[in-house]
Design a protein around this ligand. Structure first.
Ligand code: A2P
Length: 358
């Protein structure tokens, strides 16, 4: 079987990488549609050397589509994906629109691939910072169980989209030219105040919750629980997150502290070995030779890189590690296309009778 595939948000920072990942994927593609807003309709992009004209997104464009890969913002997903499903398409959504919906599987193939069997037409791709963390934690959880995870993130500007990358570049240039930096997007596009990211750190990603955490931090907690324990409110693993935007263009870093359930199963060497043999993971951990993961090396790669593994001498059974991945690839486009590959592999590109939103 060959598939008609639509990319919603094809002109964006993640969308352009979805095109690239789809070209490299094992999915037999019959026809592609590149969809965006009316602003980009008529623009010409390439797929496998052929010109493809970008179309404005309407419910009807999904009439003959089998698979939708979406990254055009939560509002566009909420509006168009139920329309696509109604027309028989299965959608993999990179936005946060459906992640916490109990009828929508939230999937990282290295961790909970089997969850795709429960789909009702929509499968959600987790937040970028959640994905790389759970990929790194999964082999450890399988061997020793996880009690608690405390994470601090160092998140790249590109997570906020194409215009945000431009803003970071402009600010850097303004600063080097001795001019005041101007900010209109960071930390959050719709917020009242904006601050420069260049030569700065912003401890706000997404809006604030009533309890003083940000929504990005909330996502890391509840998405991790849904992916690793099957329920967004599970108390099996305690998770605590602090999310910080850093003036890096591509590649999120994370300082991850974790406490295992059965310390007798592990030591630092064993954790390194589990990472080395873990799915989708690359161990870069050789302090004597100053080998550790860095965003500039991770850019363009689909794996998650781990280093600086060490047991906490003050808390035996607890460890620190440093986790880096390309936020636009494993954190977004690559994981989305990987989910679509699994749907094809398991012959799950069918909308069930009781589909989402029916
Ligand atoms: P457009 O190029 O027409 O603005 P990024 O994450 O880099 O900001 O990209 C967002 C992507 O989502 C772009 O491809 C953008 O298209 C698309 N997009 C934004 N809003 C909509 C909408 N309402 N309907 C369809 N596509 C949208």
């Amino acid at each position: 079987r060959e598939y008609n595939v639509a990319i919603l948000g094809a002109t964006g920072a993640v969308g352009t990488r979805m095109i690239d990942q789809l070209e490299k994927s094992s999915i037999p593609v019959k026809n592609v549609k590149f969809l965006a807003s009316s602003r980009s309709a008529g623009k010409v992009l390439q797929f496998k050397g052929q010109d493809v004209v970008v179309e404005e997104t309407t419910p009807e464009v999904f009439d003959d589509v089998d698979i939708v890969l979406a990254s055009a913002g939560g509002a566009a997903s909420k509006k168009f994906l139920p329309e696509a499903v109604k027309r028989g398409a299965v959608a993999v959504d990179n936005t946060s629109a459906f992640r916490m919906d109990s009828e929508v599987p939230l999937v990282v193939p290295e961790v909970n691939e089997q969850a795709i069997y429960d789909h009702k037409g929509i499968i959600a791709n987790p937040n970028c910072s959640t994905i790389q963390m759970v990929v790194a934690l999964q082999p450890i959880k399988e061997v020793a169980g996880l009690k608690q995870v405390i994470v601090s993130t160092y998140q790249a500007g590109s997570g906020a989209g194409q215009m945000a990358i431009k803003e970071l570049d402009n600010e850097a240039q303004q600063h080097l030219d001795g001019k005041p930096m101007t900010a209109e997007i960071f930390p959050v596009k719709g917020e009242k105040k904006h601050y420069p990211l260049a030569f700065n750190l912003l401890p706000q990603i997404d809006v604030f919750e009533e309890d003083g955490s940000t929504h990005e931090e909330w996502k890391m907690v509840h998405e991790t629980k849904k992916i690793m324990s099957g329920d967004m409110n599970s108390d099996e693993i305690k998770v605590n997150a602090t999310c910080v935007r850093v003036p890096v263009v591509i590649g999120h870093g994370e300082s991850v502290f974790f406490e295992v359930e059965d310390p007798s199963k592990l030591d630092t060497k064993k954790v390194q070995e589990l990472i080395k043999n873990g799915k989708g993971l690359v161990l870069q951990d050789d302090p004597a030779n100053q080998i550790y993961p860095q965003p500039i090396d991770a850019e363009g790669h689909t794996e998650t890189f781990v280093g600086r593994v060490r047991e906490d001498p003050e808390n035996p059974g607890s460890y620190n590690m440093w986790v880096v991945a390309d936020n636009l690839l494993k954190g977004a486009a690559a994981n989305t296309v990987q989910i679509a590959e699994k749907l094809v592999e398991h012959d799950l590109v069918h909308v069930p009778d009781e589909y989402y939103g029916k």
